[in-house]
Design a binder for this molecule. Sequence first.
Ligand code: TXA
Ligand code: MG
Length: 339
Amino acid sequence: MKPRIFRIDPQNIDFGLIKQAAAVLNNRGLVAFPTETVYGLGANALDPKAVAGIFEAKKRPLDDPLIVHIADIEDFHRLVAEIPAVAEKLVNCFWPGPLTVILKKTALVPDIVTTGLETVAVRMPSGEIARSFIKAAGVPVAAPSANMFGRPSPTTAQHVIDDLDGRIDVLLDGGRTDIGVESTVVEVVGGRIVVLRPGGVSVEELESVAGPVEVLSGSEDMLKSPGKYPCHYSPRARVILVEDDLSQVDTVASVVAAMKEIGKRTAVMATQENARSYKGVDVKVLGPGNDGKICASRLFHVLREFDAEKVEVIVAEGIPEKGLGLAVMNRLRKAAGPS
Ligand code: TXA
Ligand code: MG
């Protein structure tokens, strides 16, 4: 069945439509909705049958836990067993916003949401459509990114349709999302903060509030969770990532030449600074290399554009891992897969 698509202006929210979408969710339906990061695919987090529908629609493995989205801080207290001081500090600073906190769960959270783990991931999004939708639903909303499992997360309603047409009930189309990469996922163990997935809140911002945090390296986080599955965020094209260094342009050009030699339809994802250095190959600009925020906001969009153009190999320039540049590089490494 085609989803019902409700166009919502984020500046002038039609609460009648939001209520209709909430009613569908309360009736075990699946509702895709925009957040400030990416589109999510929501179901009533307290209803195991509804949550099962998310895994089915996305073809998501049953051992990959979901984030529970809330609009009220009281729900945080109902979902988690205890809130260490440092977690309290983080949520006071970054909620509503692109931060997901993992803590010990209460019995209220169904096992299917956490895939049997003792912990639950919770986030209070700042996107106004997301907030009003969750409020109208009156229940916490379990929602992974609204893409087919393994694909780049959706930053527009069209991306959701491209992946999930016929598999969901309602789509709230609120236009393009702001941040463009997913939330930062942190686990709080004892007094320590461990970043499992870099995202919309930068490590620098976390550290300015909470002191030094630990960031799992790519290979560790593949074991720990958000990147357990090595091929993630992947466009259909093969991604070859050329890390940021002095000979980057030359390396990219020689990889392009080698791919063309074997007949692959090849394109470059370049920084604004270097884009003009590449001749005789299609180039898309990710953004200024030193502006992680712009690069993050465009990343999934540009990857999906390459797919639409049936590119077979994307040679991607890496960017410095500062600010949101860290999240961009994390996604690009995963898109490139194990080297
Ligand atoms: O910005 C976002 O976070 C978006 C929007 C929709 O909110 N959501 C999102 O959800 O990216 P998802 O499911 O695509 O990614 C959540 C990640 C998963 O990779 C999952 O492994 C991890 O969070 N996660 C969830 N619960 C966890 C837990 N209890 N322990 C460790 N990792 C967990
Ligand atoms: Mg996802």
